[in-house]
Design a protein around this ligand. Structure first.
Ligand code: SAM
Length: 353
């Protein structure tokens, strides 16, 4: 993410929407656009029991931005949230402005103006995230400080990852591979940040276990987990070379010594080291069946836990027992049946009813 892109976009917003407004007057009260805008923002602050200084910040586009550190990150998110909340409240109040006799166009301009400022504030946060002082510490704050409402886009900025959009981008990968996997096997979507937070806080994985992500994409669950848990080993297996390269670069940059990314087809790779296997919607149906068989064979030899998003790989298999705790965890959790107690306790969940 180029911070200069954001920086140069902000003045464009201002030129496009925020100038020339001073000349407009409200049809109902005769107040100028700026007078009415100021009142609107002040009222919104009061309604939210926030300092009216936020109104001034929004008026002057003075949004929180700082070199982001583990200490400043919570405050930065909170400040951003407050500005955006004031903008949302002001937008809600605009409805009344129309009712009280102002023209539709007047209200529409104000609405656009407020939306642009809220967007600028969000962009300001992204700029701060693009120069983190300590990416690993900030990523940990995403996990431990629930008041931070970070998204996968924020995680990408922190890690310097630039994945293609959800669904994948054929152009980004070698044509030969696209042909080979034209069943859509290369399709991409990252596990969301919220699910990763739940996963690594609800499953208290025991030390020294080996966590495998089959179809690891751009490595989000692996980076998230490995950064939190240096006592575990993380392996990602991924079909697409560009994704594996990107992961190796991030692993080097973060100096993570407990991760490894392997390029290859999961059906052909050795996964016998795995204790916990993570699957986020990775495969087309035919591959799923093959991987399911592979997991069943592994489950006959040792206790394993499978965390399966759509529940298809392990469903109906006698080798696995499903934990009905799935309500709390965003993934289906299965233990290998013969070793049920052992396998589930790997994941820190008691098998006792
Ligand atoms: C939905 S993405 C999930 C990425 C990652 N696990 C996550 O949760 O963020 C699925 C990934 O599986 C990969 N994939 C599909 N078939 C595969 C196979 N047979 N072997 C290895 N990777 C595969 C795709 O290329 C894609 O990157």
């Amino acid at each position: 993410m180029e911070s200069t892109n954001h920086l140069s976009r902000i003045p464009l917003h201002i030129n496009g929407v925020l100038t020339h407004q001073n000349t407009i007057r409200s049809t109902a009260s005769g107040a100028s656009y700026n007078e009415l805008f100021t009142t609107l923002l002040h009222n919104a602050c009061r309604a939210l029991a926030l300092d009216t200084a936020y109104a001034q910040k929004i008026l002057h586009c003075d949004f929180p931005r700082a070199k982001i550190t583990a200490h400043s990150v919570v405050e930065l998110y909170q400040e951003t949230d407050r500005v955006v909340e004031v903008c949302d409240e002001a937008r809600r109040r605009l409805v009344f402005m129309e009712w009280s006799g102002n023209s539709k166009e007047f209200a529409a301009r104000l609405k656009e103006d407020i939306s642009v400022r809220a967007e600028m504030c969000r962009e300001s946060l992204l700029i701060s995230l693009s120069e983190p002082s300590d990416p690993r510490a900030i990523l940990r704050m995403f996990h431990y400080r629930h008041e931070i409402r970070a998204t996968i886009q924020h995680m990408n900025i922190i890690l310097g990852l630039d994945p293609e959009p959800v669904g994948g981008d054929v152009e980004k990968h070698a044509t030969a591979l696209n042909k080979e996997f034209d069943a859509g096997g290369w399709m991409y979507q990252a596990t969301d940040l919220h699910s990763m937070r739940d996963l690594f806080s609800l499953l208290r994985l025991k030390s020294n276990i080996s966590f495998y992500d089959l179809g690891s994409g751009y490595g989000h669950p692996i980076f998230y987990g490995a950064n939190l848990r240096e006592d575990l080993n993380f392996t990602g297996i991924e079909l697409m070379p560009a994704r594996v390269d990107a992961c190796n670069q991030v692993a080097g940059k973060l100096r993570l010594s407990n991760v490894s990314f392997q390029l290859g087809d999961v059906t052909k790779r050795d996964i016998s080291e795995a204790d916990v296997v993570f699957l986020f919607n990775p495969f087309p149906p035919s591959v799923k069946r093959e991987v399911a068989q592979k997991l069943c064979s592994l489950a006959r030899t040792k206790p394993i836990v499978v965390l399966d998003y759509d529940g298809l790989v392990t469903d109906g298999s006698n080798e696995f027992r499903r934990m009905d705790k799935g309500q709390a965890v965003p993934f289906h959790v299965y233990g290998s049946r013969k070793y049920f107690d052992d396998s589930i306790s790997l994941a820190g969940i008691s098998a006792k009813k």
